[in-house]
Design a protein around this ligand. Structure first.
Ligand code: LLP
Length: 402
C-alpha cells in the first residue's frame, strides 16, 4: 500500500480484483440451485475496468441511466442482452438508447413511463420486455435515505395495483410482459425483509400466471448489506440471503435476476489518504487528511462508520481523535471521537470498505480533483482512472460574453 501511495499519489482508491471474484463466486454458489443471473448494480462502482472484470465473470448489469448503459456498452458491446434498466425517471432518449442496444428488461416504475416505453418501441418497430417494479410495502431496517420498499417512497408501483398494470401492459403490442421486479432498499443486514418481500412477489407471480401472463423473470433487486464493523463470513451471509430469496419462488419456474452492488464491490476497496496535519482545539484532537467528503461522502450523508487503519503498524499507543478532511464543511469527517493508533503527519491511513458508493458519489466540491483509482490483481497494480486535473474540471465552463 505504501508503494501504491508513492507511485500513484493520494487520495487513492485501491480495489482488489480477487475480492470481487470471490464475491461473485459466492453469489453464484449460493444461487447455484436455481436458474439465475447476477446483474451487478453499476451505480455502486461504475469504473470501466471494474465493469469489464464483472463482464468477464459472466455478470449482467443493472443500470439506472443512459450514462450507465453507455459505460456497460464500452466495457463490452455484447453485454446489452444482460442489462436490466431500473429507475423512476427514464427519459425518452434513455429508453431509445436501451431499445437500440437491445437490453434484456425494462423495470417499469409508473403508468406514464409504460406509455413512454411503448411509444418508443412502436417508433422503433420493436417489442420491449418489461417487468413492473412492485413496491411490497415491507420495512427494511436500514438508513432512511436508502430504504425504498415502503408506500411512502417514490419507487415502484403498489403491489395491490400490479395486476391491473400487467393487464394494461399486455394490451400493448410493443410491450412484452416478462417479469416482476422488486428492490426494498440497500445495506439491509437481516434476511427477514427480503423473505417478506419475496413471499409477496411470489403470490403476485402466481396470480399473474393464472391471469395468463408468462413470467420468465423475477428480479429480486439488490440491497444485501455488508459488515462495516469487521470481517464477515460472506459465503454464509449470501447463502442465507439466497435461501430467503429463492424459497418463496421454488415452484414458479422463473429465472432469478439479482442486482447486488455493495455486496460485490464494497469490501473490495480501500481509500488511501495521507495525514497532512495534526491539530488540537482545546482538548480535542484532529487528524487532518488529504481525502475529503468530496472523495467519500458516506460518513456525512448516511452517518456511515468506516474502519480506519494506519497503513504501517508502528505499534503506537491509542488516542481519541476526529479524522477530518480539508473541505470547508463541518460535515467533512471520516470518524468522530474514534480510538485509533497514534499517527504522525505524513503517514498513511486506509479507510476500509469503500469499494461501493465511494468513488461513485465523489464530486468536485471545493474544486478538488477526484482521486485516482487502482486495480490490484495478483502482483499487478494498474491505474484504472488517472487523477483528475484542474483542467479536466474547468474544460466545460465558458466565460459569459462581455
Ligand atoms: N437495484 C436498485 C433498483 C437499486 O436502487 C440499488 C441501489 C441496487 C440495486 C443496489 O443496491 P446494493 O446491492 O448496492 O445495496 N449510496 C448509498 C446506497 C444507495 C443505494 C441505491 N440503490 C450508500 O452509500 O449506502
Amino acid at each position: 500500500m505504501t508503494g501504491l501511495a508513492e507511485r500513484f499519489g493520494t487520495p487513492l482508491y485501491v480495489y482488489s480484483a480477487k475480492a470481487i471474484r470471490e464475491r461473485v463466486r459466492a453469489f453464484d454458489e449460493a444461487f447455484g440451485g436455481v436458474p439465475h443471473s447476477i446483474c451487478y448494480s453499476v451505480k455502486a462502482n461504475s469504473n470501466l475496468s471494474i465493469l469489464r472484470l464483472l463482464d468477464k465473470l459472466g455478470c449482467g448489469f443493472d443500470v439506472v441511466s443512459g450514462g450507465e448503459l453507455e459505460r456497460v456498452l464500452r466495457a463490452n458491446r455484447r453485454a446489452a442482452k444482460k442489462v436490466v434498466f431500473s429507475g423512476v425517471g427514464k427519459t425518452v432518449a434513455e429508453i431509445d438508447a436501451a431499445l437500440k442496444a437491445g437490453i434484456l428488461l425494462f423495470n417499469l416504475e409508473g403508468a406514464s413511463e409504460m406509455e413512454a416505453v411503448a411509444a418508443c418501441a412502436a417508433k422503433r418497430k420493436q417489442t420491449a420486455r418489461i417487468a413492473w417494479r412492485v413496491n411490497p410495502d415491507v420495512p427494511a431496517d436500514t438508513h432512511p435515505y436508502i430504504s425504498t420498499g415502503l408506500q411512502k417512497h417514490k419507487f415502484g408501483v403498489p403491489i395491490g395495483e400490479a395486476r391491473e398494470l400487467y393487464a394494461r401492459a399486455a394490451r400493448s403490442k410493443h410491450l412484452q410482459v416478462s417479469g416482476v421486479s422488486v428492490h426494498i432498499g440497500s445495506q439491509i443486514t437481516q434476511v427477514a425483509p427480503f423473505s417478506a418481500a419475496m413471499w409477496r412477489v411470489a403470490e403476485l407471480v402466481r396470480q399473474l400466471q393464472s391471469d395468463g401472463h408468462k413470467i420468465e423473470y423475477v428480479d429480486a433487486g439488490g440491497g444485501l448489506g455488508i459488515d462495516y464493523s469487521g470481517s464477515q463470513d460472506f459465503a454464509a451471509t449470501v447463502a442465507e440471503y439466497a435461501h430467503a430469496v429463492t424459497r418463496p419462488l421454488h415452484d414458479l419456474n422463473v429465472k432469478v435476476l439479482l442486482e447486488p452492488g455493495r455486496s460485490i464491490v464494497g469490501a473490495a476497496g480501500v481509500l488511501l489518504t495521507r495525514v497532512l496535519y495534526r491539530k488540537k482545539n482545546g482538548e480535542k484532537k484532529f487528524v487532518v487528511v488529504d481525502a475529503g467528503m468530496n472523495d467519500l461522502i458516506r460518513p456525512a450523508l448516511y452517518q456511515a462508520e468506516h474502519q480506519i487503519v494506519p497503513v504501517e503498524d508502528r505499534k503506537s499507543g491509542p488516542e481519541i481523535v476526529d479524522v477530518v478532511g480539508p473541505v470547508c464543511e463541518s460535515g467533512d469527517f471520516f470518524a468522530r471521537e474514534r480510538t485509533l493508533p497514534t499517527v504522525n503527519e505524513g503517514e498513511l491511513l486506509a479507510i476500509l470498505d469503500v469499494g461501493a458508493y465511494g468513488m461513485a458519489l465523489a464530486s468536485n466540491y471545493n474544486t478538488r480533483a477526484r482521486a485516482a483509482e487502482v486495480l490490484v490483481d495478483g502482483k499487478s497494480a494498474q491505474l484504472i482512472r488517472r487523477r483528475e486535473t484542474i483542467a479536466d474540471q474547468i474544460r466545460p465552463e465558458l466565460f459569459k460574453r462581455a
